[in-house]
Every structure is written in C-alpha cells, then in structure tokens.
Design a protein around this ligand. Structure first.
Ligand SMILES: C[S@@+](CC[C@H](N)C(=O)[O-])C[C@H]1O[C@@H](n2cnc3c(N)ncnc32)[C@H](O)[C@@H]1O
Length: 182
C-alpha cells in the first residue's frame, strides 16, 4: 500500500452532531469573526454539518457554502439535514481533496480537525491555499498526535511548517491552529 492509499479516518456522525457538543463549542463564536453575508465559504471535512449549517445561515441566501468530506455517510447526513431545514445555499461533495472548489473562489475556509484524519497533509495544505481568493482567510485546526505509528497523525512542528506564512497560530497540549491569509 502506498502512503496516499491509507484511508482517511472517519468519525461517526452521531458523535459530531451530539447535542452535548453545543454546550462546549458554539460554532457561531468562531464563525462570526470570519463569515459575513454574501460570502463564498468552504467547510473542509464538514462531517454531518456542525459548522456547515451555521455557515449557511451567516452567508445568507446571497452567499454560497462548499461542504467537502471524504465520508459518504457524513455527506448524506448533511444533505438530509439541509433538506429538513430548507437550506439551499450549500453545495456538498464527497471528495478526499478540494477539487470540487474552483481556484481563488473562497473568502473563508474552515478546516476543523481534518488534516489529522488523513495522510494528505501537504496536498491539502496546498489545496486550501489554491481555493482562497486574494485576501481570503482560512482557519485550520488539528488534534495533535504521536508521530510515527499512524501516518495520519500530525505533530505541531509538521503542522506549523505546512503553514509557515500563518498570520496567527497557537497550540495547547492536544490541539494546534493557524489563521492564514492569501
Ligand atoms: C474530526 S471530524 C471533524 C468534522 C467537522 N469539521 C466538525 O468539526 O464537526 C474530521 C472529518 O474530516 C473528514 N475527512 C478526513 N479526511 C478527509 C479528507 N482527505 N478530505 C475531506 N474530509 C476528510 C472525516 O470524514 C470527518 O468527517
């Protein structure tokens, strides 16, 4: 098996949509800093849409949200949720990369704990940069893992080196994040 054939880690959709999550993590707290009405935004590794739905509400009917996840089940759960809520401004794709999104088309991209679920670290970092408009921003987070055993795991050093031009960055014992601007 080659490195890129190693499967992405998929997280059960019930865990990502758990009502308990709202108690600890309000998606609007983060998104309101970056997302405005009429924007084109992307939720990379959207899962069943914990951040996608708030993004769709914040950009409004004149905005667009691209939601991309490599887990077909997660995308199906997202599509079902969107239909139930009558949300029509989300384009959802099953994909391991950001190829469904055109070059330089996105004002803001969120990649929340995705790079730590795949071996495609470098490829996705380049793809995130490709889809951003000039002046567009991305907020990228990872759960830090022990490097060596699982090739999908990412350490802080590798993560920060992928985004060496980050405008802001930070880390705790378990997590690391960057904000980049093109
Ligand atoms: C920890 S979950 C986070 C989901 C979502 N961002 C959230 O915060 O609710 C990681 C997600 O990334 C997806 N994923 C893993 N590798 C991926 C890849 N190469 N491309 C797109 N999505 C991927 C998984 O299927 C999973 O839904």
């Amino acid at each position: 098996m080659t490195q890129t054939e190693i499967k992405d880690r998929h997280i059960p959709t019930f865990l990502l949509s758990s009502p308990l999550r709202r108690v600890f993590e309000n998606p609007y707290t983060l998104l309101r800093q970056f997302v405005k009405g009429g924007m084109t935004v992307a939720d990379h590794g959207s899962g069943p849409g914990y951040y996608t739905v708030p993004m769709a509400k914040l950009v409004g009917e004149n905005g667009t949200v691209y939601a991309v996840d490599s887990d077909q089940k997660a995308v199906m759960a997202l599509e079902k949720k969107l239909e139930k809520l009558g949300i029509k401004n989300v384009k959802a794709y099953v994909s391991r990369d950001l190829s469904p999104i055109p070059d330089e088309s996105v004002d803001f991209l969120l990649s929340k704990d995705v790079l730590c679920c795949t071996v495609l670290h470098k490829e996705l970092a380049q793809d995130i940069w490709r889809v951003l408009k000039r002046g567009g921003k991305a907020y990228i987070t990872v759960r830090l893992g022990k490097v060596g055993k699982d090739p999908r795991a990412i350490g802080a050093e590798e993560f920060f080196s992928l985004f060496s031009n980050a405008k802001e960055k930070g880390k705790t014992r378990l997590k690391a994040w960057v904000i980049i601007e093109k």
